[in-house]
Design a protein around this ligand. Structure first.
Ligand SMILES: [Zn+2]
Length: 410
């Protein structure tokens, strides 16, 4: 028999607007939210014949589980990742990926979008999690990212191909084939490399997949009603990706006014991945390859300035950490909200970016909001993140996914 959970004495942040309910109550029946609002004795009386489990939240915060729109389960925050990426068998990577997925769930991230994985491990982890075999967040899988010969993700000498986070495709028909190979695995997202990147040698600003190549990828993805993400650092590549019709721009470092206007007018979402700049803090002394460090340093200023311009113009910004990149560890995902407050967003804005707005970007129609009828992905936080956003990194006490409390084995 299913028990209905009643959370009482809750302070509710709903994830979609800045209303805060002080003496709040949330009711969850099976995996769905059936009531959100003020304490409601009448509601309880009406349902008194049902088996109710009453949970006294003691005026802690209840808010939607958070969403990280950009993670890699293959990588693990190491300064030098390349050798391991080549020699490690994907069957081993998947077992390690499981632990990383669990860490993110424990940190209050009930949904994560993987954007390029060795051995398409995200697809298999997602399937195991959805089947209830293992613990983990909702995974939106991309399988492998799609890149060009010599593009971001293809950083090895000529003749060496390996099972990395990307698959290589040049020309429209090859890109179409590569997309279909991911779609065959029932991916939830297609990730496209529109420009070079910080973690590959060479110019990160240079354009890679063309407008036409990305457009055919978007068209294939849209047949299945799934979203698309473009890794895009340089101005031209960002605009190429926008013209091709992608749903989210990842990083967006050198976005110009045209790009900003386009995003604003066409409801394209920006995932600035500020957490990826942790690399600079730890630097070369910690073994970050010089080519990577120099590039990331040169990006940071432009990245912050352009992000502020995009925010001022009203571009929809959502949370994504690029977890797995150097020193950017799984489970520390809520750092992104702190970083977004440092560029001028209010704590409430960052919470909306991590919940309802991220759900909108990823077309998750019934997640990311505490509202009747939505799926009960919610967290309990000890202390008010509206006063101190860092509490989301330290004080997430309980996590409920699909209406069930998640328990963790140490
Ligand atoms: Zn990434």
């Amino acid at each position: 028999m299913n028990t209905v959970k009643v959370f009482k004495n809750a302070t509710i942040i709903n994830g979609i607007n800045s209303d805060v309910v002080k003496e709040g109550m949330v009711v969850v029946d099976n995996d769905r939210i059936t009531y959100v609002g003020e304490y409601n004795a009448e509601y309880l009386k009406l349902h008194e014949n049902e088996q109710l489990e009453v949970i006294d939240v003691q005026h802690k915060i209840i808010m939607p589980g958070m969403i990280d729109a950009h993670v890699h389960l293959t990588l693990e925050g190491e300064a030098q990742y390349l050798e391991k990426l080549i020699v490690e068998d994907a069957k081993f990577t998947i077992l390690k990926g499981l632990k990383k997925a669990e860490k993110m769930l424990r940190a209050g991230f009930t949904t994560v979008r993987c954007v390029g994985e060795k051995g398409q491990i995200d697809v298999h982890l997602r399937n195991a999690i959805n089947a209830g075999i293992v613990n983990g967040p909702n995974i939106l899988a991309s399988g492998k990212a799609i890149t060009t010969t010599g593009g971001h993700g293809d950083m090895l000498p000529d003749g060496i191909r390996f099972d990395g986070i990307s698959t290589i495709a040049d020309g429209m028909s090859n890109v179409q084939l590569a997309v279909r190979e991911q779609l065959k695995l029932n991916v939830d997202n297609i990730k496209l490399m529109a420009t070079g990147g910080g973690m590959s040698p060479g110019d990160a600003k240079i354009s890679q997949l063309t407008v036409e190549e990305m457009a055919i990828a978007v068209k294939e993805a849209e047949k299945f009603d799934i979203v698309t993400a473009a890794h895009a650092i340089g101005r031209e590549g960002i605009n190429n990706a926008l013209q091709a019709g992608v749903r989210t721009i990842e990083h967006g470092t050198y976005i110009d006014q045209d790009g900003i206007h386009f995003m604003k007018n066409h409801d394209v979402f920006l995932v600035p991945t500020l957490a990826a700049f942790k690399t600079i803090k730890y630097g070369e002394a910690a073994g970050v390859p010089k080519h990577h460090l120099e590039k990331v340093q040169s990006f940071e200023r432009a990245h912050i300035d352009n992000l502020k311009r995009a925010l001022d113009a009203g571009v929809k910004v959502i949370t994504g950490t690029d977890a797995g990149t150097p020193f950017n560890y799984h489970g520390e995902n809520a750092y992104e909200l702190e970083a977004l407050t440092n560029v001028g967003m209010t704590p409430m804005d960052t919470i909306i970016a991590a919940t309802s707005r991220a759900a909108e970007a990823l077309k998750l129609e019934d997640r990311g909001v505490l509202k009747e009828g939505y799926i009960a992905d919610l967290i309990i936080v000890d202390g008010n993140p509206l006063h101190d956003i860092m509490l989301l990194q330290k004080k997430v006490e309980k996590v409920y996914k699909n209406g069930q409390e998640v328990t963790f084995v140490e």
